[in-house]
Design a protein around this ligand. Sequence first.
Ligand code: PLP
Length: 387
Amino acid sequence: MKPKQDTLIVTAGRHPDVHFGVVNTPVYHASTILFPTVEAMKTRSQPYTYARRGTPTLAALEEAIAALEGGAKTVLTPSGLAAVSTALMAFLKAGDHLLMVDSVYGPSRHFCDTILKRNGVEVEYYDPEIGSGIARHMKPNTKVVYAESPGSISFEMQDIPALAKAAHEGGAKLIIDNTWASPLYFKPFEHGADVSIQAVTKYLCGHSDVMMGAITATEEAGKTVLATHGALGMTVAPDDVYLVLRGMRTLSVRLERHMKTGIALARWFAERPEVARVLHPALPTDPGHELWKRDFTGASGLFSIVLKPCPDAAIAAMLDHLEYFGMGWSWGGYESLIVPQDLHGIRTATPAALEGPILRIHAGLEDLRDLIADLEAGFARFNAIIG
Ligand SMILES: *Cc1c(COP(=O)(O)O)cnc(C)c1O
């Protein structure tokens, strides 16, 4: 019987039998790996040949992520963004056409608008809510449809099976950035993806102390990913891998709490007079709720709120003195975060129609009552400015 997900989180990638019974895979610090004979060197007839191409430590994490995502093969990259750029480079060359979602993570968009365009790839942004309408944008040279669901900052849900169908009918691959749901709450390969990307930096690591990415692929797409990953010289540090493996074992219990606190905060914000809208697909009022319910098994702790129009000074008064919500990039650690965001002038396919400024919130593992008290005090400072 295939182990259930929570069992997999605990067991995947672990081989105590080959490590003298030690529960966790040891940290192999290596560059050179020795061959016993000329013959072995010529035929590369051993599992590890050079540390840039793998060690038992890296293999443990690759195996675990592949198992959780439900893909055939995983490779690791020095950041989530490097996973995005490597996956795109693996499938695109000069003259190819890329369909990129308009709500994509900002630095991924920057990579497309600079390196990809400079190298002759035609980049077209599409409406995240396009669904099967994507078929009308497919061209004979479309090689990749790229999705991120829900969208960065704006949280639109995407119809992944519809995108997969259109991509495959047109001979293109579907690449998904699956960071928001983590491999636990969305199974990309059961919904038609060829490649799934994780910013491991976020929930898999979970402790705000490692930069890393992962690309997981089907057997067939995996060969293309591996070739490009190898050619680019992508690798990661073993101590970082150890930290991720350690953090990952508690992913399920952490995520459950991130989800609960995130939904509770989203509901609380929805009742506030200062808030125009809450962008969280797990709320029944959200336009993406039906897709989320159909395809996802949970929500992470990341969502946004759209404030009613207000002066910058009110936002500064609120955020500058919060006690438990930190202001900083990234998310997925154990701590709560809040960041002001601006989507104006970024979108090209579907300008985001927003009533006012956006705040993106990451619900950490603190007590909900402390978080709400912190935000209540913040809104009191906000309202003192507005008068
Ligand atoms: C953070 C993030 C990335 C990039 O990860 P880094 O490790 O910061 O490079 C990619 N995609 C999404 C959706 C992210 O949130």
